[in-house]
Write a protein that binds this ligand. Structure first.
Ligand code: NDP
Length: 297
């Protein structure tokens, strides 16, 4: 069988952003409040610089304030924690995002857990992780939230479906598994020690690949008709485009997976744009909660 439905994350993200923009307009017009998102970047990692730039641009496009703090690569932990304390105390800042990965001399857990959980729009603070795990109101990590929205949109109810998440990171794999469990999927988490991983994924109605290995998941891993969500963003050499050129690929081999799957997200244009849209949505949610106002659905 050929011809999986291509889940258009780019278009979906545009509709999410336009709802966010409407909400921002209402916050301004009815309450005189403009949501503010602070993004902290330490060092000059090229991929992180690209993400931070595009987050800032989208934040402004939906009418919110974007505050960027670019710190030197050898910034001390004390200075970074002092900045976060200032942002925590600033009533004009509703969301705080510290771009990961941090330089090695900084303790990532310590830094993330110093963010006020109510402003932790990435949802990485241990309080938010615990709230999500126990089904309580929290800030939900943006990438898995975007994946869940696309899955709900495509399937309607996810109840009873077999979902396999490949990858067990704190930022994607684990929260993804929690969200799918919350939607009553039967969830399996596979990782680098999983035996016969293709047999595991071949039983899945939904495969979410968050591995960080270019095109690792191939069509023979996929049950016919299954939905494939490709979280991976990997830059590989593309000599066909010219010398020194590169291109982005996912963790799934798109062509072979698309021949077998019922639906699949492309890279780029799938999970990536949804992640940023969810970040903006989380910032509006945080702003509404901080001001005791009704939050967007
Ligand atoms: P991590 O490196 O933190 O985690 C990767 C996971 O994949 C680990 O749990 C690891 O297992 C598992 N893994 C590695 N190799 C294999 C293998 N051969 N077979 C099975 N499992 C394996 O990555 P992240 O979760 O942070 O990111 C994953 C991907 O998603 C990356 O490509 C990243 O760029 C992308 N990403 C995309 C985002 C977006 O907005 N679209 C946002 C965040 C990430 P183990 O634990 O056993 O080592």
């Amino acid at each position: 069988r050929k011809g999986a439905t291509i889940i258009d994350g780019k278009a979906f993200a545009a509709t999410v952003r336009s709802k966010v923009a409407d909400h921002v307009t209402r916050l301004k017009d009815d309450h005189g409040i403009t949501p503010g998102l602070a993004v902290v970047l330490v060092g000059e990692d090229p991929a992180s610089q690209v993400y931070v730039r595009s987050k800032g641009k989208m934040t402004v496009e939906v009418g919110m304030n974007s505050i960027e703090h670019k710190l030197d690569v050898d910034t001390s932990e004390a200075d970074l924690l002092a900045l976060i304390a200032d942002l925590n105390a600033d009533p004009a800042i509703h969301g705080i995002l510290v771009q990961l990965p941090l330089p090695k001399h900084l303790n990532e857990d310590l830094v993330i857990n110093s963010i006020d959980p109510a402003k932790d729009v990435d949802g990485f603070h241990i309080s938010n992780v615990g709230l999500l795990g126990t089904g309580q109101k929290s800030m939900v990590p943006c990438t898995p939230l975007g994946c869940l929205m696309m899955l709900r949109d495509h399937h309607g109810s996810l109840s009873g479906l077999n979902a396999v998440v490949v990858g067990r990171s704190n930022i994607v794999g684990k929260p993804m598994a929690q969200l799918l469990l919350g939607d009553s999927c039967t969830v399996t988490i596979a990782h680098s020690r999983t035996k016969d991983i293709q047999d595991v994924t071949r039983r899945a109605d939904i495969v979410v690949a968050a591995v960080g290995r270019s095109e690792m998941v191939t069509g023979d891993w996929i049950k016919p008709g299954a939905t494939v969500i490709d979280v991976g963003i990997n830059r590989i050499d593309a000599p066909e485009k010219g010398e020194g050129k590169t291109r982005l690929v996912g963790d799934c081999d798109f062509d072979s997976c698309a021949e077998v799957a019922g639906a699949i997200t492309p890279v780029p244009g799938g999970v990536g744009p949804m992640t940023i849209a969810c970040l903006l949505a989380n910032t509006v949610t945080a702003c509404c909660r901080a001001n005791g106002l009704q939050e967007p659905e």
